[in-house]
Design a protein. Structure first.
Length: 287
């Protein structure tokens, strides 16, 4: 197969021929650098025969890189004006173009079982704008177990929060909830120079490997409720921030200091809090 790539000149030509400008409202910055595309495909671990969902393909520069690696790609694009040039670029390749919002898409109709008898798993590759990155990752991790591997390009601050370990200033709700489902790591940086137009923010690549089962034995809804309450008042001690859910004695019974703050807890500690069964004083869970 020939080495499939779009040059910066070709991207500019596509935009001009279709009368388009990058949308600021949608956070559009089109990837123009073949070396960066090769890096993303490599870090995503894409190989021949893989089924990949690409969220936000834009004009298809990364899509071609995924095809070049032998993947079958489902490209989900929210901007209806990009559908014609994207369809033009991927014509003749194993790419299905879907016009829709990844946050509200009917995923079961798209993630159909494999026709080859292989595992019904998919990889996700995405260049995500700042305003949807965190909710999209959290929502799809919780709702779609078919997505076993992720490689997302996001604003540096967003990526650091998704992959943060307990104890640091970047640890927050996304860090804990992502770690419930799997392991996230920042695996690379992306220069602003490889995009058109050039963004004003730094970007990083975050790889998420989904665990076969949740990494802590606790109900996700309960854990999520506590995590959001704890970080919702992150400057307060847990005995204050979790007071609507657990008493100080109950927190202490979970081997967690009531005087601790949310960012100090690891996933196991959140799991113990979420597993707490209501005693004589009760708990607000389920009420």
């Amino acid at each position: 197969m020939p080495h499939l790539r779009l040059t910066r000149t070709e991207i500019l030509g596509l935009l001009e021929s279709h009368g388009l400008e990058p949308s600021r409202a949608l956070g559009q910055n089109f990837l123009c650098d073949p070396n960066t595309i090769d890096k993303i495909v490599r870090l995503a671990g894409v190989a021949a025969g893989d089924r990949v969902v690409e969220i936000g393909p834009g004009l298809g520069s990364l899509t071609l890189g995924l095809v070049d690696a032998g993947a079958e790609v489902t490209a989900v694009e929210i901007d209806r004006y990009l559908i014609p040039p994207l369809t033009e670029v991927v014509a003749g390749h194993p790419v299905t173009v879907v016009h829709g919002d990844a946050l509200t898409l009917d995923w079961p109709s798209i993630l159909v079982p494999s026709t080859t008898g292989g595992p019904d798993t998919w990889s996700v590759v995405a260049n995500l704008p700042y305003n949807v990155a965190t909710p999209l990752v959290l929502d799809l991790l919780a709702a779609r177990p078919e997505f076993s591997r992720w490689l997302v390009m996001v604003q540096r601050e967003v990526g650091e929060r998704l992959a943060a370990a307990p104890g640091g200033r970047t640890c927050g709700i996304p860090s804990v909830l992502v770690s419930y489902w799997g392991e996230a790591n920042v695996v690379g940086r992306v220069s602003a120079d490889v995009f058109h137009p050039k963004p004003r923010v730094e970007s990083v690549l975050v790889r998420i490997e989904r665990a076969a089962v949740p990494r802590v034995d606790a109900d996700f809804h309960r854990l999520s409720t506590l995590v959001r309450a704890g970080f919702g008042q992150r400057r307060k001690m847990l005995r204050r921030s979790l007071s609507a859910h657990l008493t100080s004695d109950q927190i202490e019974a979970c081997e967690v200091a009531p005087t601790a703050r949310a960012e100090e807890l690891d996933l196991e500690a959140w799991g113990r809090l979420a597993r707490f069964e209501a005693g004589p004083t009760g708990s607000t869970f389920g009420t």
